[in-house]
Design a protein around this ligand. Structure first.
Ligand SMILES: N[C@@H](CCC[C@H](N)C(=O)O)C(=O)O
Length: 333
């Protein structure tokens, strides 16, 4: 069988997208996990932060299944669902669609470009939960807001939230290599977060402007993580660093997005706020994977057709971010 692949990214968080609506490849679960691990390995056929499978839905415009590079399936992927939203909008000739994901239906609509000619989509990520059982997390505090996690660090203070995948967020001044060790240990030992955690480090640049670095569960450090930027914006409002109902500029290693936390102060304290994630969905290249058998050693990838113009436009966004923030002054990794 030949499988069409679309390499795409949201804020530099890159994915391989497989459309199972237009082509019924008959992918079973064993092959699905092999496709994930083989195609996301950066030393092999393509390389990515995960795979996006676009499938038919019984009640929404389409369904997304998202897999991390280690083959684990996650509840949601904020950057990935923007790419799926764009793909399904183009497939159905619509400007807005609803995408079914593991735990919620996600409305997505095309909005004004974040940067000239950078296709931009607004995703209603929805409500976060501060209940530690929703991650799950083991802690004597429920909710766990701006408190240490002794097992992981004597100094950092974390806030835990699910959106609906699990996140822990610490506000920092600089990004030192030890942050990666802490996040890696949290995901290896799993004493505090039994199902692992996406761990983010957030620096407040100015009011309503933050930089977020995320160690993603099942992947490692990525250029950005959409659900982490959404959870971090919510936590920034909860801790008083940012305001609800105004766009929060969230810079990251791969570019920037805007987040909007819809709610009031009392509601936010209870986790009652709807978070919007507004950012790019960019096509990198398309190609075909030849799968003669289930044995990946015989798989080959065909020629790549690059979307040169839209990649150039996205490079323009990255260059403009470089002029807006002095990354070197606080990013030591
Ligand atoms: N990159 C994603 C999040 C992907 C899932 C995450 N690693 C998890 O396991 O929860 C995003 O953009 O949200």
């Amino acid at each position: 069988m030949n499988i069409k692949l679309l390499k795409c990214h949201g804020s530099g968080n890159d994915f391989v997208l497989i459309d199972e609506i237009s082509n019924d490849y008959g992918i079973d679960e064993a092959l699905r996990v092999k496709l994930v691990t083989e195609l996301s390995d950066r030393g092999k056929l393509i390389g990515s932060d995960g795979l996006l499978f676009v499938q038919r839905s019984e009640h929404a415009d389409a369904r997304m299944r998202f897999f991390n590079t280690d083959g684990s399936e996650a509840e949601m992927c904020g950057n990935g669902v923007r790419c799926v939203g764009r793909y399904v909008c183009e497939l159905l000739g619509k400007d807005e669609v609803v995408i079914e994901t593991m735990k919620r239906d996600i409305p997505i609509r095309r909005v004004a470009d974040l940067f000239p000619n950078v296709p931009t989509f607004d995703v209603t990520i929805g409500e976060p939960s501060l209940a530690i059982a929703s991650l799950p997390m083991i802690s004597s505090a429920d909710p766990h807001i701006d408190r240490p996690i002794e097992e992981l660090s004597p100094t950092l203070r974390f806030t835990a939230a699910s959106i609906p995948n699990p996140h822990a967020i610490a506000v920092v001044d600089t990004f030192e290599p030890e942050l990666v060790d802490i996040a890696e240990r949290a995901n290896r030992e799993r004493t505090v977060f039994p199902r692992g955690v996406n761990m983010s480090f957030l620096k407040v640049l100015e009011r309503n402007s933050v930089f977020v670095l995320t160690y993603e569960r099942g992947v490692g450090i990525t250029n950005s993580c959409g659900t982490a930027m959404s959870a971090s914006s919510f936590v920034s409002c909860l801790l008083g660093h940012c305001d609800p109902n105004v766009p929060i500029k969230v810079y990251n290693k791969g570019g920037m997005v805007n987040c909007l936390v819809d709610g009031d102060a009392e509601g936010i304290a209870r986790g009652e706020a709807s978070v919007h994630l507004i950012g790019n969905a960019t096509w990198v290249f398309e190609t075909t994977l030849a799968v003669p058998s289930a044995d990946p050693s015989g798989w080959t990838v065909g020629e790549r057709t690059y979307f040169e113009e839209e990649n150039r436009q996205y490079d323009g966004l990255v260059a403009s971010v470089g002029r807006e923030i002095d990354l070197a002054s606080f990013y030591k990794l």
